[in-house]
Design a protein around this ligand. Structure first.
Ligand SMILES: *[C@@H]1O[C@H](CO)[C@@H](O)[C@H](O)[C@H]1NC(C)=O
Ligand SMILES: *[C@@H]1O[C@H](CO)[C@@H](O)[C@H](O)[C@H]1NC(C)=O
Ligand SMILES: *[C@@H]1O[C@H](CO)[C@@H](O)[C@H](O)[C@H]1NC(C)=O
Ligand SMILES: *[C@@H]1O[C@H](CO)[C@@H](O)[C@H](O)[C@H]1NC(C)=O
Ligand SMILES: *[C@@H]1O[C@H](CO)[C@@H](O)[C@H](O)[C@H]1NC(C)=O
Length: 459
């Protein structure tokens, strides 16, 4: 059973009265013109009077998180069109200069609560500038016509999340090894990061296994190694056998770690761990070698413990394992929360689809089953933060942001030689909203003093 998104379509844009703004192209054009003029003047003055203008804004102003300005609010309130053409594309300094005053402030901010706003710059790469996009995520190539989903950026409520910058990321991880550990959604994030980074340096394809589940890329100029390690449940699991033949169900041992990834941990500097969708089916759960319950079963003697609880337990076990790992000194672990799916009009195998063309523009307060999965993972994370033993743990709490993006999945617009014939409302198109996971990753990696910034609230 896949849970379809149950929250309602929110109006495309709502103003304070809750009414749609309607088209105000005239006003908009005027606004852009005034803004462009002011910004250009400011930029000229900036260049003329600043001793070293470019080094300043490129390397210092760009990266610290800055408070949201009214500029963003203004775009959100009065821009009723998507910015297919960015009037400022030739002048990247305009927006950055605007918030020069707040440059040096250190801001405490929950990066993971916010909203999506139109992105004046458009996507950070295309299927031309990144040849590494797999066909299964290259949505425009397979018939996706409306590409508005590429033109949004994430705006946390309290601060500005900087646009991804390949050079900054690469210098942050110079000499290090980072692995995405998880299923095909972990791989989705790695593919996004590869595209983002390849705008700064072309990676070398170093290793792949037969099934393309373990993958290694290397960035020679920065001595940076980027890897994917496949695991479906983080904990040990095997396909359930019934009468001697394998089924689609799993026996998941929630108290045993999956050694395939665990044995590789000591070589890593950063591990981004995640799980989710593989729990979302009929599975049997074990502890101490005994069945303790199941997911989606209906048997008198086996308690149905549910998908969220199982995911939380497995995530908790993985985090504990890492915390206890003696050979993993210096390892920095990021727990990426559940990536939600958006099947509407049916489940994945019953005609479900995801054909929306814009995000939900407000945080939806309605109950969504998928938030329970996140909650269970956040609990496991909070627990390890309390007992952690020297190691660093942070969270990449993307669930709520991604719940607002029913428009970012491949739907029917993808290709894979072995997997065909269904709609994909689970993975994410590249480029697309999944790129924000790596903007958040960079923001968290850059936050040297640890605990303050990437706070999250259990709600
Ligand atoms: C933003 O606008 C509000 C009013 O809409 C004002 O109270 C506030 O001071 C402004 N903030 C900045 C940073 O200019
Ligand atoms: C945005 O549009 C509203 C009308 O919908 C108008 O009252 C308001 O002044 C506009 N804001 C700005 C900053 O132009
Ligand atoms: C890129 O996308 C366009 C559609 O926007 C498609 O026609 C083209 O084949 C794609 N190119 C590659 C190299 O994927
Ligand atoms: C397994 O075998 C038993 C006995 O032959 C049979 O009753 C049962 O239906 C089989 N189960 C499945 C799922 O085939
Ligand atoms: C999405 O699909 C539904 C059901 O087929 C259809 O009614 C709706 O118009 C479609 N929406 C878009 C934006 O194409």
């Amino acid at each position: 059973m896949q849970s379809a998104a149950i929250f309602e379509n929110l109006p495309y844009y709502t103003n304070r009265n809750g009414k749609g703004n309607g088209m105000q192209i005239g006003k908009l054009v005027l606004l852009y013109a005034l803004w462009a003029f002011a910004a250009t003047s400011f930029f000229t003055v900036f260049i003329l009077y600043s001793p070293n203008p470019f080094s300043n804004f490129m390397f210092k102003q760009r990266y610290p998180l800055t408070k949201n300005t009214n500029l963003s609010a203004l775009i959100l309130e009065n821009d009723t069109t998507l910015p297919h053409q960015n009037p400022f594309k030739s002048n990247p300094a305009t927006i950055i200069n605007h918030k020069k005053e707040s440059n040096d402030e250190k801001i405490k901010c929950d990066l993971f609560e916010g909203k999506w706003i139109p992105d004046l710059y458009g996507p950070m790469y295309t299927n031309w500038s990144c040849p590494l996009i797999p066909d299964s995520r290259n949505c425009p190539k397979f018939g996706r016509e409306n590409v508005d989903y590429m033109n949004w950026r994430w705006m946390p409520n309290e601060c500005e999340l900087p646009r991804f910058d390949a050079k900054t990321f690469l210098s942050t991880v110079r000499g290090k090894k980072l692995a995405f550990i998880g299923d095909s959604l972990a791989r989705n994030q790695m593919d996004s990061l590869l595209c983002l980074l390849s705008q700064g340096e072309t990676p070398k394809d170093v290793y792949t296994d037969d099934l393309d589940r373990y993958r290694t890329f290397y960035f020679p100029s920065h001595d940076f190694t980027l890897m994917a390690y496949w695991t479906t449940h983080l904990t040990f699991s095997e396909a359930k056998k019934v009468n001697g033949s394998k089924t689609a169900m799993f026996d998941i041992h929630l108290d045993k770690i999956d050694v395939n990834w665990a044995q590789k941990l000591p070589t890593l500097d950063y591990a981004v761990i995640s799980i989710g969708q593989w729990f979302n089916r009929k599975n049997y759960l074990y502890e101490g070698g005994k069945v303790i319950g199941c997911i989606y079963c209906d048997e008198p003697d086996v308690p149905n413990l549910g998908f969220p609880l199982a995911v939380g337990k497995a995530m908790g076990k993985a985090l504990e394992y890492i915390n206890d790992c003696q050979e993993c000194r210096g390892l920095f672990t990021l727990a990426r929360t559940f990536s939600p799916s958006h099947f509407e009009y049916g489940t994945w195998n019953e005609g479900g689809k995801c054909n929306r063309t814009s995000p939900y523009t407000e945080k939806q307060d309605e109950y969504d089953f998928q938030l329970e999965v996140r909650k269970s993972q956040v609990k496991a994370f909070e627990k390890i933060k309390k007992i952690r033993d020297g190691k660093r743990f942070e969270i990449l709490d993307i669930t709520r942001a991604m719940l607002m993006r029913p428009d970012g999945h491949p739907d029917i617009n993808w290709y894979h030689k072995y997997l065909q014939g269904h709609t994909d409302c689970i993975h994410w198109c590249l480029p697309g909203p999944v790129d924000v996971w790596n903007e958040l990753l960079l923001a968290v990696l850059q936050n040297k003093d640890g605990n303050s910034m990437a706070q999250t609230q259990l709600k």
